[in-house]
Design a protein around this ligand. Structure first.
Ligand code: HEM
Length: 156
């Protein structure tokens, strides 16, 4: 084999190996925020940790009395999956309705957001992706804070 043939053969092997390895493992513009955060495995974990911490914090937990925490974790994960382009269809109670008449304050809203931010960081979600999710959640404040819905009028 000539040196030229050896070079061609080596290059072929390199190209074949690169093709097998697939695209480089860098964040790409087509990947959803949900996937970039680590998908369900990571999101379900930081949601679960956030809810546990909020429900244990006396400044934040007054609305969580008698609440099914496992359900909140499951539904919030699904909601974030939908919001962050993970392809889920949220089938829980609408956000405004589920928080109505719970007396949630603005300070409690930001208290939960702060814990969420911290838990995302603890689960190695990038700063950019943490900020992207928080930017999607921030506009929900009016659907969570101090939502008052009058009881339905009785006819009798
Ligand atoms: C961006 C902010 C928030 C989002 C996206 C969110 C989302 C959700 C979701 C998806 C559920 C479950 C709905 C279902 O059961 O079908 C839920 C329930 C609940 N959330 Fe939030 N939430 C937010 C902020 C808060 C805050 C700040 C508090 C209080 C500090 C809070 C307290 C609760 C409580 C107590 C429940 C359970 C209500 C019940 O089962 O009757 N949430 N939330």
């Amino acid at each position: 084999m000539t040196s030229h043939q050896r070079l061609v053969s080596a290059l072929r092997t390199l190209l074949a190996a690169a093709a097998l390895a697939g695209p480089p493992a860098i964040a790409c513009a087509h990947q959803s925020l949900y996937a970039a955060m680590g998908g369900t495995k990571v999101v379900a974990r930081f949601v679960s940790q956030t809810i546990d911490k909020v429900a244990a914090d006396p400044r934040l937990n007054q609305s969580f009395r008698d609440v099914d925490l496992a359900r909140v974790k499951r539904e919030l994960t699904s909601y974030i999956c939908q919001l962050a382009g993970g392809g889920c269809k949220y089938t829980g109670i609408p956000i405004r309705a589920v928080h109505a008449n719970l007396g949630i304050t603005q300070a409690q809203f930001y208290g939960l957001v702060q814990i969420l931010r911290h838990q995302m960081r603890a689960n190695h979600v990038d700063l950019r992706d943490r900020n992207r999710l928080l930017a999607l959640l921030a506009p929900l404040e009016p659907q969570v804070v101090d939502v008052r819905v009058p009881p339905p009028k009785r006819k009798d």
